[in-house]
Design a protein around this ligand. Structure first.
Ligand SMILES: C[S@@+](CC[C@H](N)C(=O)[O-])C[C@H]1O[C@@H](n2cnc3c(N)ncnc32)[C@H](O)[C@@H]1O
Length: 314
């Protein structure tokens, strides 16, 4: 088995490239990060991400060294463990991932069968960060799916073998160098985390897509109650905490999800998320626009970092 050895110095070399990521993740804001970051203050005390996923915005903000501290939270505990291990213990995670990933090359029954073996291992209780990472790296569209009883049931992407340990190491060392000793990790409901926000913090919220699932079973990780979310925003408004929310969107004449109520007094801007692959598949060229909502104080602070994409305000 070959273990990859990347050092902090290697990671410095790629510091100026695109925002690094640990692994693909459905719903990641990595591509939209340059547009979203324009609406963050130039410097602030702490960034809180209650719906962290793979933490694209935290990583992008830390790459520009704009916050002193970070708080990453996601209800999906194994996912948070991937973030935590990547940031606090990258060498160990890379070694463990290399072992799991390399096993597929030697597996008698092929790499797809190996995915199922790791998935069974995970579902039987071995939810270590390396197993979660491998499942994410190899599953269809990087899309986490659990059954109502908490069984990870997503299928493997048969065309791919998953992020190589070498690529993983390159990105993980860089991300660790940006966030180590500055980041807190939790795995609780988003409302608990927003309660801990103080003035000077920025809360960035990217909840799961609306309407995907109405179940309140926390294991689905794919649907929050609209009214509870609005109450949470009202509470942040009342306490004078600044926040940015990714929420609904439009593509062609279709609206995805409800807009947030105008009574909340937020500014809504639409970000160009590029050509919709679903429309292209149907022979249409349509651009998807994703809504971003800004708390009252942030409406004025736009930082002109990148302005090469179509962007308009509603
Ligand atoms: C759209 S994804 C966030 C993607 C993230 N912005 C990124 O760039 O990777 C939404 C995340 O919310 C998490 N989630 C769902 N319900 C939650 C809840 N009640 N509290 C906290 N996190 C939750 C899901 O596990 C999922 O990772």
């Amino acid at each position: 088995m070959q273990l990859v050895s990347y050092t902090k110095r290697n990671s410095q070399k790629i510091m100026n490239g695109a925002t690094p990521h640990i692994v693909q993740y459905q719903g990641s804001k990595r591509n939209l990060a340059p547009q979203i970051l324009q609406y963050f203050p130039r410097k602030f005390a702490r960034l809180i991400e209650p719906f962290a996923g793979m933490a694209a915005i935290t990583i992008a903000v830390s790459k520009q060294r704009r916050a002193g501290h970070y708080h990453l939270n996601d209800l999906n505990e194994p996912l948070v463990n991937v973030l935590k291990e990547s940031i606090t213990n990258p060498q160990q995670l890379i070694e463990d991932y290399t072992r799991v990933w390399s096993e597929q090359l030697t597996y008698d029954y092929g790499s797809v069968e190996h995915f199922y073996k790791v998935r069974d291992d995970f579902n039987n209780g071995n939810k270590c960060a390396a197993n979660m990472l491998y499942l994410l790296a190899r599953c269809v569209k990087g899309s986490v799916r659990y059954s109502s009883s908490g069984i990870f049931n997503q299928s493997p992407d048969k065309r791919r073998m998953g992020t190589t340990p070498k690529n993983l190491a390159k990105n993980v060392y860089l991300i660790s160098s940006l966030l180590k000793d500055k980041t807190d990790f939790t795995s609780v409901d988003y409302r608990e985390v927003t309660k801990s926000a103080k003035c000077g913090d920025i809360v960035y919220m990217d909840p799961p897509y609306q309407g995907v699932c109405s179940s309140r079973d926390s294991r689905y990780y794919s649907g929050i109650d609209f009214n509870e979310f609005v109450e949470c925003i009202e509470d942040l408004n009342r306490r004078g905490i600044d926040f940015i929310i990714s929420y609904d969107g439009i593509c062609g004449d279709k609206q995805y999800g409800n807009s947030l109520p105008t009574e909340l007094g937020l500014k809504k801007v639409m970000l160009n998320a590029g050509l919709s692959s679903q429309s292209l598949f149907l022979g249409k060229k349509e651009i998807t626009y994703e809504a971003l909502y800004l708390s009252r104080n942030l409406c004025e602070v736009r930082t002109p970092i990148i302005q090469d994409q179509l962007l308009f305000a509603l």
